[in-house]
Design a protein around this ligand. Sequence first.
Ligand SMILES: Cc1cc2nc3c(=O)[nH]c(=O)nc-3n(C[C@H](O)[C@H](O)[C@H](O)COP(=O)(O)OP(=O)(O)OC[C@H]3O[C@@H](n4cnc5c(N)ncnc54)[C@H](O)[C@@H]3O)c2cc1C
Length: 429
Amino acid sequence: MTKRAVIVGAGFGGLHAARVLANREIDVLLIDRNNYHTFTPLLYQVATCGLEASEIAHPVRPVFRGAGNISFLLAEVTSIDTAGQVITVRMSDGDDREREEQYDYLILAAGSVTNFFGNEQVKANSFELKSLDDSLALRNHILRLFERAVWTQDSDARQALTTVVVVGAGATGLETAGALYELYAKVFQREFAGLTPRIVLVEATDKVLAPYPEELRSAAREQLESLGVEVRLGAPVVEAASNYVVLKDGSKIGTHTLIWAAGVKASPLADMLGVKLERGGRVRIKPTTEVEGLERVYVVGDMAYLEDAHGQPYPMMIPVAKQQGVLAAENILRDLKGWQPHEFRYIDRGIMATIGRSRAVAYIFNRIKLRGYLAWIAWLTLHLIALLGFHNRLAVFLHWVWNYFTFDRSVRVILGDQPEKAPTMQVEA
Ligand SMILES: Cc1cc2nc3c(=O)[nH]c(=O)nc-3n(C[C@H](O)[C@H](O)[C@H](O)COP(=O)(O)OP(=O)(O)OC[C@H]3O[C@@H](n4cnc5c(N)ncnc54)[C@H](O)[C@@H]3O)c2cc1C
């Protein structure tokens, strides 16, 4: 009888696993709570009015149109029974209907969630940047704040409306801070007379872009500061409210926009496996991507914990997720043939981050250091190639060209139904 694989998550790990299994001698059920795949590296450009949401998301069903053995289910996984080889799913649209899906092989690729390190006060007052919904909520929020600032007489209250605090100086924090500054200083300032933008990037440690070599770290910081972003290192957030943030050095920043880009942890689905979890709630896997102690259960991407030859866990990044997804699927095909599984060999092509127009740093193959315009061109090219779907690539390319030559951001419609995440705004008129 034909065996059945269930893949949870149509992100980078899950989608690549499914592609390997397409049109092979196995039935595959691919499950995701969204009907689309999200290209996370450009989420911040949706939030900062540079791109449309649909340009960085690709519906899942068309990807597998030509693969008769793959079906897709829009659903949320609610429980996993590894002994019975069954998972329970619920429809993703708020409907309470549940059903069980049997599997012979399970690949879990449900990614990660924002880590607030248990600080509920920060969580209640922060914007996240993990999903398209998060990006749209943030975009609406910042567009609304500028319109509110026009109604506000008190200068401190007005400044708080046009101040953003971004927490976490990793690639996401840097890219978001840079893009926000450009939006505020190059676009909004031409249209909202008398408003002064202020973007503060706050980091608990003493480094920006921790995994980069020192030379590129200081280049990134210089480029960010030359743009106009204030960088506050060694300054963790100790208190947050809807209209201010307090840092450890005692400084209080008036703001209605706190963006939390300071950490992630594995999807809570990891807890359902009943195995001991590693740091960040990640599931320890064997080099074959199978979970230690569980047969035919594979975990890949951000959820997985696997150490490299130096004892360091592989980073929560797209290339790791893609390569582990491919390996898990290949190992399932090998298992069907009774062959021994292969082990993970990470092909690391390097890291890069953009800081704004013509500003970026890149560490290619962990050998070649690029900064400034050249690194920025490399970043643009790589992200265009990596986007899923020709239509999206073309749309993003055209938007980038338009934004570059006009110094404008064209996606600036406030959508009425998007909820404001921040609690009641305290704005003095
Ligand atoms: C803003 C941002 C920028 C980033 N930039 C970069 C970058 O430039 N380069 C880089 O290498 N990495 C980047 N990353 C990290 C990268 O996105 C992750 O490492 C990668 O997406 C991990 O792939 P994954 O398959 O494990 O999870 P994901 O790609 O996150 O996919 C998980 C999927 O599982 C689904 N899912 C989750 N829970 C459930 C459930 N209970 N039921 C059903 N479906 C579920 C989700 O909807 C999602 O589609 C960035 C991340 C973010 C948030």
